[in-house]
Design a protein around this ligand. Structure first.
Ligand code: ZN
Length: 358
């Protein structure tokens, strides 16, 4: 649970609270978190007021030792838990507006540790996106090892780690595991630096895309790369539109724009939204890749808003003929990366990360 001190409360209470100490707090009402600052269901916050009493409780309890979990161990059952890694990339702030009109700021941080060859994305939300830590700010000039405490897992578009209300980022973590991890980073630095450069190239849309062939990426078996492809035979039967949960993306049996408690992810305050998947085989001169696009990438591929793809598919007015001619005669770019996470038996499959016509 989170409490926020405002203005003169910072002086009044700020010096009392010390990390790892235990306090009894009385006369501090609990209230629901304001939707603007909310990033999960069922959160309350502590309101400090004039009547609030804070008393330290003397304890013999030694500080809780953080239990770090390797990045590769992400699963549906994960979280909230603590992870660390080398920061490979930090995105600019983007904003996301929820169905209820509330604006959130989000940054994606790509990190890697010794447990995986593929970086993981940690999305940090709202207050955390305003990075003040000088180490974190200079991630692209000095390697920075950061610990992320209190992360949760979201599964809307593959596995992503997200910040929660209690998440903190520590760029000066101490402990045996960090001595060992630092050694691992140094021992593999050249390879890690390459990953960093590639990520910057991939994620920076203004930068020149470095294009590989399908055969080259199949040989590489890692990283995210752009390939230039066509779809020789787009198949309308492989385009599916359905009503899905806005949080987990799974199909729900409800008309659009209905509020619901999702029967698939069990989250409260979900909405049924249009979802589409389109499966296709992309080719270049060297080979073929089977890929699936979801919502936003479908929009880019078809150059149509998802609501129109959804409605026109349902009433049968979608002009798939001209979409098909476009996809089969004009080359476009897809960013693809390996996915170890969603396949059984660790089989390597390729997932689409982005689509671009330019
Ligand atoms: Zn859901």
């Amino acid at each position: 649970m989170k409490g926020t001190l405002f203005e003169n409360q910072i002086q009044e209470y700020g010096d009392i609270f010390q990390k790892d100490n235990v306090y009894q707090i009385s006369n501090a009402p609990l209230e629901p978190v304001h939707p603007k600052y909310k990033d999960r269901d069922g959160d309350c916050s502590i309101r400090f007021g004039g009547q609030t009493m804070v008393q330290p409780i003397a304890t013999e309890v030694t500080p809780n030792k953080v239990q770090y979990v390797p990045l590769a161990s992400v699963s549906y059952e994960s979280g909230p838990d603590d992870r660390y890694g080398l920061v490979l990339f930090i995105s600019d702030i983007r904003t996301r507006i929820t169905e209820t009109g509330i604006e959130h700021s989000i940054r994606d941080i790509s990190v890697i540790d010794h447990s995986t060859t593929v970086q993981m994305t940690i999305s940090i939300w709202n207050d955390l996106t305003d990075i003040k830590d000088p180490k974190l700010l200079s991630w692209n000039t000095e390697p920075v090892i950061a610990a992320f405490l209190g992360l949760r897992v979201t599964t809307t578009r593959g596995f992503i780690l997200s910040s929660s209300l209690s998440t903190t980022i520590d760029t000066n973590p101490t402990g045996e595991e960090f001595v060992a991890f630092h050694d691992w980073v140094m021992a593999n630095f050249e390879e890690l630096e390459n990953k960093m450069t590639q990520l910057v190239d991939t994620k920076n849309p203004a930068a020149e895309k470095s294009i590989l062939t399908i055969q080259q990426i199949l040989d590489k078996k890692q990283e995210i790369h752009w390939v230039k492809v066509k779809i020789p035979e787009p198949d309308q039967a492989r385009l599916i539109s359905y009503e899905g949960c806005n949080k987990c993306g799974k199909r729900v049996d409800l008309p659009l724009n209905k509020s619901m408690t999702c029967p698939k992810c069990f989250k409260l305050d979900c909405t049924s939204v249009p979802r589409t998947t389109f499966k296709f085989d992309a080719v270049d001169e060297t080979g073929e890749l089977s890929l699936t696009t979801f919502a936003e990438d479908c929009e880019k591929l078809f150059k149509l808003p998802i609501i129109q793809i959804f409605e026109q598919t349902n009433i049968g007015t979608l002009d798939f003929g001209s979409i098909s001619r476009d996809l089969s005669s004009n080359e476009f770019y897809v960013a693809v990366g390996p996915s170890y996470m969603l396949t059984k038996k660790q089989a390597l499959s390729w997932v689409l990360k982005d689509v671009s016509w330019t």
